[in-house]
Design a protein around this ligand. Structure first.
Ligand code: BGC
Ligand code: BGC
Length: 634
């Protein structure tokens, strides 16, 4: 203490007091293995689990909707996760900062619990951060399937992760890896393809969302690379795309061989790529509800595939184990948790869920080992992703939301996803690429000037919307106007009558028609016809002027009856906010390269009809798509 001696007396006492205070406070802040990021993840999980009460464990298994969430509720019930359902936003057109404030507000409730376990906020970001105003809306999965470009899917995943993190959210319910075998299904656009090989390839979106597993780390364990990445969720396990007549949430009749070969196939890839969660399907397999299927959840996914992330239920998924739903909720909890579901998307009546599960455990209907398995899996993901070290978001990533770079990426995806199905009567007289220079062109159709329609369901609202004020983007009409020669007159008539079309001397016409937005069961269709006035617009226009028909649809629709009148036909799927990509290709700045990710049927009575079927007689086969070369600038 030689230096202390040389100091004055009063200051040295002060130093001693300060030193003592520091020492006391350090000694009081108890060291916890689970709070030490230098400890291996599984050691932290074990330590934390050993400190938790039953109440705290059950809280971790509970996911609630933001509408019923508050810092107090999270704190009082130890809630492990909060979600935004489709269209559930802090306020209309909320800014990224408002989202961050909301998520952090909830998080503070969790961080002030005894063990300070952070909650995990989740949202459906199924084609970009689709609930959020001004986010980049990418084409829906069916369109990504048409690009045949898994690296593009990966880049979209990375961009989506940044936009989701921009709003303070670290978890997405994506990707949907359904293998849609019948386009009558209302969720067919959420599926990359009818071909399991193509869906498997598109699981590259997972390393885009979560980050690439370093070559020296183990595969097939949950992996999230940090604050720029998000937890992903492969859904809906399993057989969601195989239901009879494509009826949503219905029964998939299939042999075990077909189930594993068709619908299970993408999960092999998803698990190897470290997907951190898997969502269970509402549907049944051979009459057994997937939410109650212990053999496939615990037996196959956890034990055979060695999936080490957590299994989440779908929205009120356990309720729907009984029909009518919620008939016997105690039984639903027993069957669902017993089957191996780790986190339950309750999402509203958490008190009922928590008391039901608590009493099932106390009465030993559900063993503690099942609860510990569930909680260990959830905690493993929370530790792996760094949530304990970074539970609160800041505003620094807000700049990524709807960034120009992401919009360019979405535009590229649109260009690569368009499928050219017909181009003139013969190869000698192609209509596309369209000339940019023309005296007067007609743009017609319900979908030409409607951002909501071109984005489809799961955009801003669960069911999607109509109109151009819902979010930022470029309609196909404005894209056309941006692209043609400044001297070309572009006339827009949504629904012109045939006399009008005849009377005006148009050089050519572009007709943009399609399906109205829908999601889930609302999209189920037995006839797959284009709603009126789509067909009459095609007829009125194409009868008297050379026309390109651009279909804005989530799936193949009935088109054969109109095909002879149509000069050129383009499947544009649901392209999202960046409509400029459509004009880029129509006018030849880029060539067409997209290939059908689905079989295009002639008539609905052929369905289901998929590539490889014995009786295969499509209008356009799987993989079809004419190509064009970029035009020389004129
Ligand atoms: C859908 C899921 C979705 C969940 C949360 C359910 O109705 O089936 O795909 O992730 O809602 O919005
Ligand atoms: C929610 C969706 C959910 C659906 C399920 C809606 O109210 O907003 O997220 O998928 O219910 O039925």
């Amino acid at each position: 203490m030689g230096r202390g001696v040389s100091m004055g007396k009063a200051p040295s006492i002060l130093v001693a007091i300060i030193f003592l205070c520091c020492w006391i406070s350090i000694a009081n802040a108890e060291y916890n293995t689970y709070q030490d990021p230098k400890q291996p993840v599984m050691k932290r999980v074990k330590d934390l689990l050993s400190k938790m009460t039953l109440q705290e464990k059950i809280g971790q298994m509970t996911q609630i909707e933001r509408l019923v969430a508050s810092a107090d509720v999270l704190n009082k019930y130890y809630i492990g996760s909060v979600l935004s359902g489709g269209g559930s936003v802090p306020s209309r057109k909320a800014s990224p900062e408002a989202w961050v404030d909301m998520v952090n507000g909830f998080q503070k409730g969790s961080l002030s619990t005894r063990l300070k376990i952070p909650m995990l906020y989740g949202i459906d970001a199924v084609h970009g951060h689709n609930n959020v105003y001004r986010a980049t809306v990418f084409p829906h999965n069916v369109a990504i399937g048409a690009t045949r470009d898994p690296q593009l899917a990966k880049r979209i995943g990375a961009a989506t992760a940044l936009e989701v993190r921009a709003t303070g959210i670290p978890y997405v319910f994506a990707p949907c890896v359904a293998v849609c075998r019948d386009p009558r299904w209302g969720r067919c656009f959420e599926s990359y393809s009818e071909d399991p090989k193509l869906v498997r390839a598109m699981t590259e979106i997972i390393p885009g969302l979560q980050g690439e597993i370093p070559s020296n780390s183990p595969k097939a364990v949950p992996f999230v690379a940090g604050q720029q990445k998000v937890v992903a969720c492969a859904k809906h396990y399993v057989g969601d795309g195989g239901t009879t007549r494509g009826r949503n949430e219905n029964n998939t009749l299939a042999s075990r061989h077909d189930l594993l070969g068709i619908h299970m196939a993408p999960y092999y890839n998803a698990v190897i790529k470290g997907v951190a969660s898997v969502m269970v399907s509402y549907s049944s397999w051979n009459g057994v509800k997937m939410h109650a299927n212990r053999d496939l959840i615990t037996g196959f996914l956890k034990n055979t595939l060695h999936f080490r992330g957590f299994v989440i239920s779908d929205w009120q998924g356990i309720d729907r184990i009984t029909s009518p739903p919620h008939l016997n909720y105690t039984y639903s909890i027993l069957a669902g948790v017993g089957a191996g579901i780790d986190m339950i998307m309750v999402p509203y009546d958490y008190k009922e869920f928590i008391s039901g599960l608590t009493s099932l455990v106390e009465r030993k209907f559900i063993p503690m080992s099942r609860i510990d398995d569930a909680v260990a899996r959830i905690l493993r993901v929370k530790f792996t992703m760094g949530l304990f070290e970074h539970p609160l978001a800041d505003y620094s990533m807000a700049k990524y939301l709807g960034s120009q770079e992401h919009r360019e990426l979405a535009r590229e995806a649109v260009r690569k996803s368009l499928v050219l199905l017909k181009n003139g009567g013969s190869a000698d007289e192609p209509l596309i690429p369209l000339p940019k220079k023309a005296s007067k062109i007609l743009v017609a159709g319900t979908h030409a000037d409607n951002i909501g329609y071109q984005c489809g369901g799961w955009t801003i609202e669960w069911q999607g919307l109509s109109g151009n004020n819902i979010t930022a983007g470029t309609t196909i009409l404005s894209a056309i106007k941006n692209t043609v020669n400044p001297k070309t007159r572009v006339v827009f008539q949504e629904n012109p009558d045939s006399a009008y079309v005849k009377a005006n001397k148009f050089s050519y016409a572009i007709v943009v028609v399609g399906e109205l937005p829908y999601a889930e069961t609302f999209g189920d269709s037995t006839n797959l016809t284009l709603q009126d006035p789509g067909p009459s617009i095609i007829t009125n226009v194409c009868a008297s002027v050379r026309c390109v028909v651009v279909l804005v649809t989530g799936r193949p629709v009935v088109i054969q009856p109109y095909l002879a009148q149509i000069d050129a036909l383009v499947a544009a799927w649901l392209p999202g906010t960046e409509g400029q990509g459509v004009a880029d290709v129509l006018f030849g700045d880029y060539g067409f390269s997209g290939k059908l990710p689905r079989t295009w049927f002639k008539t609905v009575d052929q369905l289901p009809m998929n590539v490889g079927d014995r009786h295969y007689d499509p209008l356009f086969p799987f993989g079809y798509g004419l190509t064009t070369h970029p035009a020389k600038a004129k």
